[in-house]
Each structure stands twice: as structure tokens, then as C-alpha cells.
Design a protein around this ligand. Structure first.
Ligand SMILES: O=CCCC(=O)O
Length: 492
């Protein structure tokens, strides 16, 4: 197993680039089958590491270790758990440059954006470390004179986590941090495209003093096999997953026999609404951040931009002015704002969405095609004259394409925005206070950004309704999702 020189030479601390998987207490360089898989840099297509391709045998080992380790961990005080998480947070910040380099190499996003993700991931570790000391219960006045009722919260136990490639550090950090804070253990399976960031996090967790066995990182291409084991192994008490709605449904079905506790952060189809009375500059800035962050590969990315007739042309032209200044390329190159898409399938989907829209009458204002000389890059794109019969209206594009729909009234746009099975993030821009409350309450979404698209933070509950998922990540609610409520009834 190897990590290639092209990655190692970019690191200050090369021991963060690991070519082994962490199974319980053991770093393993060989799978039981001997299978391996390559990790490639999506900007160059070059192989940067070869890792053991683990299967069911290693998953059960990791779960067994997590089961044993969790019992002791749960007995530690919140303050002790907090101290380890604080050390992990400090290590993540101290090593942010290297962690960002590993992330950009395996995922492609611009290095400064990758560094931002590391700090974002670290913020969850800091937050949940602090919250570890505040897993409060409750007392309830008894229902009979001799009765006293006490509510306590206990860790759910072993958690299986499946995390995505688009935020290889932050999505894992915001699962493992609350799990550990609550007294759970975690067996994680990062996306096969981006396992190196997860392994680096495990190295730092070990350095922070996390007891062995509590946090495994399984490198594998066998996602469905591992998901099935998570859902059917009786030692696992919760499965947390960030990814597609289709896979979320499969996990729900597979977990049914065990009544598995599930945390699901699934697909979105975010509406981004600009009313005539919006602050135009703020709306354009919001669209830039929401639409083009991570080359549009974010579950909370604006997918459908609804712009009211009176401001449509001005918004389209100002947005195009900003998009024209964007630079596509390798995430390590100076001034690059947009990296590659993750793979060929992603590129094909974006091309298909643009071709479908154009075929049905949309106009490409800017972009609209793969960028540069081949590879996985796609030009930041704006489509105008977009209508509800186009694929961009119903499916998540997951690419740097902003389709601008025109609307006339508040009632119309609420209906259009809610006309989807998804309910993750939504955004709107208006200066009218009454309208702000009306629209925010009418949007059927777990998160609503009002005059801002910067909604992701460790202090707020991130999550969706409808087919966008179950549970919340971040905030006090994110910790509660890793606890069980037990009530004690005392006769005195
Ligand atoms: O893609 C999913 C999550 C992105 C975020 O936390 O802002």
C-alpha cells in the first residue's frame, strides 16, 4: 500500500497521509481478500494512493472493537471526553494546512476552500467537546405523592457512519464529534474517492489521546456490503449517513428489522428566491456563495434560482458579471475558484442537465460546457429562460450551473419552491419584514436562509424534512441524536 510522492512532497507532516485503514485498535495495510483500490486526484487523474479494500470481515472486527471500547468510554465523565475533543480540535487547527492539502489532492476543491472546510469540521469538534459537559437530563413532578421522576440521557452505543466525498473532513467531523461527546463509539466508512482525509482525522484523534477502538476508519469500495452490515449487526445501535436519498431509503429498509436509529442527511433541491424588493448586491453575493461553492457539489447548493420579473434582467446580468471573474482549474493553482467535478458520472449529469434545458428553450448566458482541455472541469454556467419542464427543475444538478426561473407572485413562487420531494435548504432575499415571516414559514424546508446563504455553522441544527432526511447535525439537537432518553420512576 502506498501514498504517492506527489502528495507527500506537499506536506509538512507526511505522517498524516496514511496508506492503511484503522480497524478497531489496528492500522491494517492488507484486507482479508488482498484487494486494493486507488485514490485519484480529480484535477489530474493521477493516482495518489493505493489502499486496502476492506469487506465484511473487517467491518465486524471494527464493530466488535467499538462495542467493547464504548462501554468504558461511556463511563468517563463529560469533562474527560471534552478534554480529548478539545485536543483534537487544537490538532486540526494546527495541522489545517496539511489537512487541506490532502483534501484538495483527493477531492479537487480549491485549497483555500479546503482549508475553510477543515476549520468548519474543527468547529464541530470544538462545539461538541464543549457540549459533552452539558448532556442534561430533567426532573418531572411525580404523578403520585410518593413518586419522583428523573430523566437521564445515555449514549446510544456503537454508531456506523457512511460519509460522502464532497466534504471529506467536515461531514465526518460533525458525526464523530457528537458521537464521542455523548459517549458513543463510531465505525466510519468514508467515500472511496476521499478516504485520506478521514484517515488523517483518525491519526489526529489518536494523537489527541482517544482510546483505541472507539473510532475506526474503513477504507473500502464495498459501500453496500458495509451498509448492510451496519444495519444488520446487533451491536450497532445507530447508522448515520450523508449522501443520496436513494441510498438513504435502502438503509432505512435494511435497518427496519432492528428498528435501527437513523441519522440521514440526504439530497436537496434548494430553491433560491429573489424578490423584486431584494438588495440586489446581497442577492448576487448570496447566489455566488450558494451556487458555486465546491463547484456546486453541495447538498445545500441553490439548485433552482427563482427571480421575480421586475429584477430578473438586472440579477442575471450582475450575476454574469461575477461569474465571468471566476477561474476554473487545479485547486492548488493561484486564484482558482472552481475545481473539477468528482468524476465522469458527475460531469455527464451536468452536461445532460444543460443540454436538456437548452433543448427545451433555455439560453446559456455564460459557460455551458466542459472547461479547458478535457478532464473533469465544467465552466461556471448561467441559464436563463428556464422552465419547470426541464431536468434542472426537478433533479439536483450537483455542478456549477445556475438556472434562472422567472416568477410573478409570492404565491406562485412558494408553490414552485415547495413542489419537490426534497426539503433540505432554501433561501430567499427580500427587505419586506412581513413577507420575510410569511415566506420563511411557508417554505417546506429544514433550513431557510433569509437574505443570506451562509447557513452552515456548528451552532445551528443542519438537516432536512421530507425526503431530505431524518435528524439534525450541529447544535444541541445534534448531540441529542446520539443519546437515548431513559426515565427513572422512584417510589420514596
Ligand atoms: O453537502 C453537505 C453539507 C454542506 C454544509 O455543511 O454546508
Amino acid at each position: 500500500m502506498t501514498v504517492r510522492q506527489s502528495l507527500l512532497v506537499k506536506l509538512t507532516d507526511t505522517s498524516l497521509a496514511i496508506n492503511k485503514a484503522l480497524v478497531g485498535a489496528e492500522w491494517v495495510s492488507k484486507s482479508s481478500t488482498g484487494d486494493v483500490f486507488d485514490v485519484t486526484n480529480p484535477s489530474t487523474g493521477e493516482v495518489i494512493a493505493t489502499l486496502p479494500d476492506l469487506g465484511r470481515q473487517e467491518v465486524t472486527c471494527a464493530i466488535d472493537a467499538a462495542h467493547v471500547a464504548q462501554k468504558t468510554w461511556a463511563k468517563r465523565t463529560g469533562k474527560e471526553r471534552a478534554a480529548i475533543l478539545r485536543r483534537l480540535y487544537d490538532l486540526m487547527v494546527a495541522n489545517a494546512d496539511d489537512l487541506a492539502t490532502i483534501l484538495t489532492m483527493e477531492m479537487g476543491k480549491p485549497w483555500s476552500e479546503a482549508r475553510g472546510e477543515i476549520l468548519y469540521g474543527a468547529s464541530y469538534v470544538e462545539w461538541f467537546g464543549e457540549e459533552a459537559k452539558r448532556v442534561y437530563g430533567d426532573t418531572i413532578p411525580g404523578h403520585q405523592p410518593d413518586k419522583r421522576i428523573i430523566v437521564i440521557k445515555q449514549p446510544v452505543g456503537v454508531v456506523g457512519a457512511i460519509t460522502p466525498w464532497n466534504f471529506p473532513n467536515a461531514m465526518l467531523a460533525r458525526k464523530v464529534a457528537p458521537a464521542l461527546a455523548a459517549g458513543c463509539s463510531m465505525v466510519s466508512k468514508p467515500a472511496a474517492q476521499t478516504p485520506l482525509s478521514a484517515l488523517a482525522l483518525a491519526v489526529l484523534a489518536e494523537r489527541a489521546g482517544l482510546p483505541a477502538g472507539l473510532f475506526s476508519v474503513l477504507t473500502s469500495t464495498a459501500s453496500s456490503e458495509i451498509g448492510r452490515e451496519f444495519c444488520s449487526n446487533e451491536k450497532v445501535r445507530k447508522v448515520t449517513f450523508t449522501g443520496s436519498t436513494n441510498v438513504g431509503k435502502i438503509l432505512m429498509r435494511q435497518g427496519a428489522d432492528q428498528i435501527m436509529k437513523l441519522g440521514l442527511e440526504l439530497g436537496g433541491n434548494a430553491p433560491f428566491i429573489v424578490f423584486d424588493d431584494a438588495d440586489l448586491e446581497a442577492a448576487v453575493e448570496g447566489a455566488m456563495v450558494s451556487k458555486y461553492r465546491n463547484a456546486g457539489q453541495t447538498c445545500v447548493c441553490a439548485n433552482r434560482l427563482y427571480v421575480q420579473s421586475g429584477i430578473y434582467d438586472a440579477f442575471a446580468s450582475k450575476l454574469a458579471e461575477r461569474v465571468r471573474q471566476m477561474k476554473v482549474g487545479d485547486g492548488f493553482a493561484e486564484g482558482v475558484t472552481t475545481g473539477p467535478l468528482i468524476d465522469e458520472t458527475a460531469l455527464k449529469k451536468v452536461q445532460e442537465h444543460v443540454a436538456d434545458a437548452v433543448g427545451k428553450g433555455a439560453k446559456v448566458e455564460i459557460g455551458g460546457k466542459p472547461a479547458g482541455q478535457g478532464g473533469l472541469f465544467f465552466e461556471p454556467t448561467i441559464l436563463t429562460g428556464v422552465t419547470a419542464d426541464m431536468l434542472v427543475s426537478t433533479e439536483e444538478t450537483f455542478g456549477p450551473v445556475a438556472p434562472l426561473f422567472r416568477f410573478e407572485t409570492e404565491e406562485d413562487v412558494i408553490e414552485l419552491a415547495n413542489n419537490t420531494v426534497f426539503g433540505l435548504a432554501s433561501y430567499f432575499f427580500s427587505k419586506d419584514v412581513s413577507k420575510i415571516f410569511r415566506v420563511a414559514e411557508a417554505l417546506e424546508y429544514g433550513m431557510v436562509g433569509v437574505n443570506t446563504s451562509l447557513i452552515s455553522t456548528e451552532v445551528a441544527p443542519f438537516g432536512g424534512i421530507k425526503q431530505s432526511g431524518l435528524g439534525r447535525e450541529g447544535s444541541k439537537y445534534g448531540l441529542e441524536d446520539y443519546t437515548e432518553i431513559k426515565y427513572l420512576c422512584l417510589s420514596v
